[in-house]
Design a binder for this molecule. Structure first.
Ligand code: M5T
Ligand code: MG
Length: 242
């Protein structure tokens, strides 16, 4: 009871795309409510595919995913969307103001709620510098903003929606160090008491994760916390000490 809310289970999950080459092979994993999981590993290993499946952009070909103890194909898409807050690697905003992009259809969100969410993730700082502040237009897809700024706005949106599960694919490029540290602080604020799955590129994120999973060839190659995996002197060690 109580503790199962944001629990995620993968049971004997298999997945392949149209070409039918196996991408995820017999994934078994239970993520506890409130746990922070970091997914790492070399390119093409299947990290984004796992996130795509969790968001139900795709469904498992075999096996199943349970959210809060329920097979997620028994839940409505709306129910899943309201429980998961996701920040994509290259977030696309819609044409409109910053305020509208943070609220994202949450008509009941007050100005104070929106600004409080932006402050919590550290987005307020750059928003205030725009001529029109929160009413600045972001342009189609958010073209007038950098990738880092779009991630900060997506983080504010995630905070406002107060999801049980937070998923983030960290941006790999074009984020300056100030924005990067803002994003880090924003993530820490969201990850508190929430089940979080982060595709992690920054050591700062990985070090604080409860468990790190090295995903290779659609399977869990190594699992443990930062110190444990370093001690192993295996794949994780090779990825992060060179
Ligand atoms: C895993 C293939 C990809 C690779 C494997 C997203 C996606 C992936 N693939 C497709 O055929 N179609 C798709 O839409 O699946 O790819 P991934 O899940 O993207 O791996 P990753 O996230 O671990 O890699 P990276 O580069 O982001 O670190 O064979 O071709
Ligand atoms: Mg990826």
């Amino acid at each position: 009871p109580g503790t199962i809310r944001g629990e995620i289970q993968f049971e004997h999950m298999y997945f392949w795309y149209e070409d039918e080459l196996p991408v995820i092979k017999d994934l078994n994993l239970t993520i506890q409510h409130g746990e922070t999981i970091a997914l790492v590993g070399s390119t093409g290993g299947g990290k984004t595919t796992i996130v795509n499946l969790l968001c139900r952009f795709y469904e498992p070909k075999r096996g199943r995913i349970l959210i809060g103890g329920h097979d997620y194909t028994d839940l409505s898409l709306q129910a899943i969307q309201s429980r998961i807050g996701v920040v994509l690697q290259t977030p696309h905003l819609f044409s409109g103001t910053i305020r509208e992009n943070i609220a994202y259809g949450r008509l009941k969100a007050s100005q104070q709620d929106i600004e409080a969410a932006a402050k919590l993730v550290g987005a307020d700082h750059f928003i205030q510098r725009f001529e029109h502040g929160y009413d600045e237009q972001v342009g189609e897809g958010g073209v007038l903003l950098s990738v880092g700024q779009k991630q900060l706005i997506s983080l504010a949106r995630a905070v406002l929606s107060n999801p049980e599960i937070f998923i983030m694919d960290e941006a790999t490029s074009s984020v300056d160090t100030l924005t990067e540290s803002m994003i880090q602080k924003g993530m820490e604020a969201i990850m508190q008491d929430r089940t979080s799955i982060i595709i992690a590129h920054r050591l700062s994120t990985i070090k604080t994760a409860h468990r790190i999973l090295v995903i290779e060839d659609g399977q869990i190659a190594e699992m443990g916390n930062h110190a444990e995996l370093l001690k192993l002197k295996g794949k994780y060690y090779n990825l992060y000490t060179r």
